[in-house]
Design a protein around this ligand. Structure first.
Ligand code: UT7
Length: 343
């Protein structure tokens, strides 16, 4: 079975990528100065050495605009029929951030909406965009993953602060042929709401607001049950990645590049080991420099890797992610010869 051939209508083909991280890098030692942790613990348990944090006042929409401008420039276009923004940290609870991002990109009038699947948001957005293209609803779609994840962290929580960072990545998809390089294979997506408590912001939504209870400040921060999330992440990511490989007709040993959501270096290693993806350059990684950037993680990794020549035209590429919800997703593509621009 060949990737994408069973979709009706045109395939979604990557025609340009862009990404950015805010300038300020925060090292482990800086965190260890006020949290009960250490550079050694963070590196050993997560593979993270530093992450980027926005300056006060910079929003997710700001990062999304920068990444999207670079992706449009890389694709050599100024127009898109739709803007799909994956994020956990929208500029406001209401309305969605995508319409404002679209207008700032000069795209007023196009379909624009947010997709919310935490760290799987970009893959959910990619699948939605590919479906819009296959259905003839759009010829070209901008898919963005952007986060100011540090804005929802409890500054005193050593189990989340060292892990998460800010950033954005974007891809331009155009209608094309399923057999050409850059054509996204079927995007496999899944969820298990029975595990919704593993990753959450307890307060601020309708469940708390309609209860009449005033939530303590602590309940407005992001909370994660790390070790249970770890276990589910390894199992679900491995399973969905395996399914994507089967659909593509690829053996794991034939994968040139594995672009996994950068949740934790140990999770990525465990998944790649279980799949049988060779170690070393086959396993793309930027977690040491950017940490876990949630919805931005996959497009940031793809863009940085392609820009650095670590992901090249013709590479058989496997993409997989896992996030809150819980949610998961995977797809495959043969990497295209297109520009990737970083800021
Ligand atoms: O992005 C999508 C979803 N997110 C993920 O996939 C993240 C999944 N989870 C993880 O990456 C890991 O579970 C963490 C990095 C969050 C934690 O690593 P762990 O190896 O699972 O550690 P743990 O939570 O089991 O904690 C082990 C010990 C605990 O101490 P005790 O109870 O054994 O005495 C923690 O209190 O490490 C302690 N600990 C820390 N120590 C120093 C937890 N955080 C820290 C810290 N510094 N920052």
């Amino acid at each position: 079975m060949t990737t994408g051939h069973h979709c009706r209508g045109p395939a979604a083909v990557i025609s340009g990528l862009g990404a950015c991280v805010p300038p300020r890098a925060v090292t482990n030692d800086e965190l260890a100065a006020y949290l009960d942790t250490s550079d050694e613990w963070i590196r050993r348990r997560t593979g993270i050495a530093s992450r980027h944090r926005v300056d006060p006042g910079t929003s997710t929409g700001d990062l999304a605009v920068t990444a999207a401008e670079l992706a449009l420039k890389a694709a050599g276009v100024t127009e898109a029929d739709a803007v799909v923004l994956g994020t956990t940290t929208p500029d406001r609870l209401c309305p969605a951030t995508a319409p404002e991002v679209a207008t700032r990109l000069g795209l007023t009038g196009v379909a624009a909406f947010d997709v919310s699947a935490v760290c799987t948001s970009f893959l959910y957005g990619l699948g939605t965009a590919a479906g819009m293209i296959a259905a003839g609803m759009a010829q070209r779609v901008l898919v963005i993953g952007a986060e100011t994840f540090t804005s929802i962290l409890d500054p005193a929580d050593r189990s989340t602060v060292p892990i998460f960072g800010d950033g954005a990545g974007a891809v331009v998809l155009r209608a094309g042929d399923p057999a050409e390089p850059g054509a996204i294979g079927r995007v496999l997506l899944g969820s298990d709401g029975g595990q919704s408590d593993l990753i959450r912001i307890p307060a601020g939504g309708s469940r708390q607001r309609t209860s009449g209870a005033v939530a303590p400040l602590a309940d407005h921060y992001f909370r994660m049950n790390g070790s249970d999330t770890y276990r589910h992440a390894v199992e679900r990511t491995t399973a969905v990645a395996r399914e994507a490989l089967d659909l593509a007709g690829w053996e794991a040993a034939e994968v040139d590049r594995f672009a996994a959501h950068q949740a934790n270096a140990r999770i990525i290693g465990a998944v790649a080991d279980r799949l049988g993806v060779p170690a070393g350059a086959h396993r793309l990684s930027n977690i040491d420099r950017v940490g876990n950037t949630a919805a931005a993680s996959v497009p940031l990794l793809l863009t940085e890797s392609a820009a650095a020549g670590l992901l090249s035209p013709g590479d058989r590429t496997l993409i997989a992610a896992f996030g809150g919800g819980v949610t998961w997703g995977a797809t495959t593509l043969v990497w295209p010869d297109v520009p990737a621009l970083t800021a």
